[in-house]
Every structure is written in structure tokens, then in C-alpha cells.
Design a protein around this ligand. Structure first.
Ligand SMILES: Nc1nc2c(c(=O)[nH]1)N[C@H]1C(S)=C(S)[C@@H](COP(=O)(O)O)O[C@H]1N2
Ligand SMILES: [Mo]
Length: 320
């Protein structure tokens, strides 16, 4: 490999590097550097405290009957919380559970701005009073593993409605926390931190788009994206950022972390599709956590086509 790989002090073993991880050359990095964070210029503060968690227990929630059963067994909590992608806390699957131990963004505030009539700041209580419910969703990572998780949270549309997006708002961008002292992965300059993502507004308003603050009847484990993360069951997992701190409405398609890192491998839409292979992996089959091999056929939109297919009706399939 032509790149000079500079190992930071928390050095990762090469054999632990996940398939999603790719090394970017310096030229690509410089090329994308100036562009991606424009939407958030002036907004990063880095002042997210991490006192030991004083978080209250998860409030009472109801089970949403439409999502009581994902048609397959739930993944056991122990697996969901020990096999993770959360590059801020290391690049191996086992690192986040270890490195994010005790991590918290308390006191937490979600900032909402950009093209909205009501710029808003919400704490966790205000978010959870919007309609806290449990939904069991299938989840699919682009690395061809899947899981099934009983999330607890609120529909993203409820949060969006509070901020009253202007008619000029066509997209929503998400920004996550920045604290390289605590999140050692953010010291790796091969990536541009903090992790950022985006959706078209109609995707964000779809009933499936969900902000999870809990799973398995409790608050999210730190490595699962404390205190809240986006869950989009019809898209590959990287479209759902963990530990979001800002939402910003825009009229242009937002830049995204993985598309900037490797545009030929990670597209903006990233809908699960067995017929659109990733350049490095077929997407035809998938492995469910806890199983040894790719024993299951991948479903288009991860099986959620009834709810989301119309969003992409006039789009060529290979575009996403
Ligand atoms: N902030 C942040 N969010 C993130 C990631 C990340 O590295 N950082 N990884 C993404 C990817 S690739 C996947 S598959 C899921 C993994 O979620 P899990 O570890 O809870 O299974 O989180 C997504 N959200
Ligand atoms: Mo992923």
C-alpha cells in the first residue's frame, strides 16, 4: 500500500481493521476537507462534557403494534452491545464496548437549525415526551451482517415537526459529537470528524425513520450511540449516525462521512439492495449476528419496500 499509515498511540492491529475501513490518501483528504463541513461552519464547539452519567432511567414507553415483530428472532443484547461499528471509539468490532465505557454527553442538548421557522434546542426529556415507543426493526450493515433490535425512541418526524422546516428545506444533515480526548478514534486524521450524515426531507419524514434513545428496555449502551442515534431500517447502517448533537435543514444534498471518505463505495442513498453490489462485497446474502455464515438472502429495502419504495420510484436502482 502506497499510503504511509501513521499509527496513533492507541494503535490498532491491522487484522482488526473492519472491512468498512479504508485508508484514504492524503490527496483525497485535502480535496474533500474544505467542502464537507461547510454546513456546520462555526457550529462545532467541542464542549461536550462527559461527566459520569447522571442519566435518568428510560421513561415509560408503549410497544408500537405495527413493529412488534420483525419476522425473525431478536438479536441477543450481549451481541448487539459487543459487536459494534463506532469508529470514534476504535476500528475493531470489539473496541467500542471497551473504549466507550462510561461515555456520556450529559447534559445533553440536541440543536436544530438551518432552514426552519423555529430553531430549537431539545433535551432528552423533551424528546422522549414526544411519543416514546418500542419498535423491533431489522438492521443491516453494508458489511453484510444483520441484526434485529428492539429499539425504544421517537419517530424522527415528530422532532422535525417541532422545528417547522421552511418550504425551501429539502434535506436534513446530522452532526455528531466531537471530543477527540475522549473518543480516541477522532484523533485519526484519515477521517474528517465528527461523523456526519444526511437525508432527503421526505426520507426523514417517513414513518420508519426513528430516533432511538434506548434498546432492550433500557437507555442505549454508550457504544450503541448514547444518548440517541438515528435508525433507518431500509438503509445500510452507516446512514444512521450515533450520538447526534445537531440537525440542520438545508436546500442542498448534505455531504456524508463515508461518501467523502470513499465516494465510489458509499453513496448518498445507500438503500439495502441485493442487486446492487458494493464494489468489495456482494450484497446478495447476509449473516445475522450469532450465526456463522451468510445464510439469508438480502431483501430489497431490507424488507421495508412497502413503506419506502415510493420514495425512490423515479430513481434508477443503481443510483443508490
Ligand atoms: N457516530 C457514528 N455513528 C455510526 C458509526 C460510526 O462509526 N460513528 N458507524 C455506523 C455503522 S457503519 C453501523 S453498521 C452502525 C453500527 O451500529 P451498532 O454498532 O449499534 O450495531 O452505526 C453507524 N453509526
Ligand atoms: Mo456499517
Amino acid at each position: 500500500m502506497a499510503n504511509i499509515i501513521h499509527h496513533p498511540s492507541w494503535k490498532i492491529n491491522e487484522n482488526e481493521v473492519t472491512p468498512e475501513h479504508t485508508f484514504r490518501n492524503r490527496r483525497d483528504f485535502l480535496k474533500t476537507m474544505g467542502i464537507g463541513s461547510l454546513a456546520f461552519a462555526g457550529l462545532s464547539g467541542g464542549a461536550w462534557a462527559q461527566e459520569s452519567s447522571g442519566m435518568s432511567p428510560l421513561p415509560a414507553y408503549t410497544g408500537n403494534p405495527d413493529f412488534a415483530d420483525a419476522g425473525r428472532p431478536n438479536t441477543v443484547e450481549e451481541l448487539t452491545t459487543t459487536f459494534n461499528n463506532f469508529y470514534e471509539f476504535g476500528f475493531s468490532k470489539s473496541a467500542p464496548a471497551h473504549n466507550a465505557k462510561g461515555f456520556s454527553l450529559d447534559p445533553y442538548t440536541l440543536k436544530i437549525g438551518g432552514l426552519v421557522d423555529k430553531p430549537t434546542e431539545l433535551d432528552l426529556d423533551q424528546i422522549e415526551t414526544l411519543s416514546l415507543q418500542e419498535r423491533v426493526y431489522r438492521f443491516r450493515c453494508v458489511e453484510a451482517w444483520g441484526m434485529t433490535v428492539p429499539w425504544i425512541g421517537v419517530p424522527l418526524s415528530k422532532i422535525i415537526q417541532l422545528a417547522k422546516p421552511k418550504s425551501s428545506a429539502k434535506y436534513v444533515a446530522f452532526k455528531t459529537f466531537y471530543d477527540p480526548e475522549r473518543a480516541v478514534g477522532q484523533k485519526d486524521t484519515r477521517y474528517r470528524w465528527p461523523y456526519y450524515e444526511g437525508l432527503r426531507l421526505d426520507e426523514a419524514m417517513n414513518d420508519l425513520a426513528f430516533i432511538a434513545t434506548g434498546h432492550y428496555g433500557k437507555r442505549l449502551a454508550p457504544q450503541s450511540g448514547t444518548p440517541l442515534r438515528l435508525v433507518l431500517p431500509w438503509k445500510y447502517g452507516y446512514k444512521g449516525p450515533k450520538s447526534i448533537v445537531e440537525m440542520m435543514f438545508t436546500d442542498k444534498e448534505p455531504k456524508t462521512f463515508w461518501n467523502d471518505a470513499n465516494p465510489s463505495e458509499y453513496k448518498f442513498y445507500s438503500n439495502v439492495d441485493p442487486q446492487v453490489p458494493h464494489p468489495r462485497w456482494s450484497q446478495a446474502k447476509e449473516r445475522w449476528l450469532g450465526e456463522g455464515e451468510k445464510a439469508h438472502a438480502t431483501e430489497w429495502y431490507n424488507g421495508y419496500g412497502e413503506q419506502v419504495a415510493e420514495l425512490y420510484a423515479d430513481m434508477p436502482r443503481n443510483l443508490y
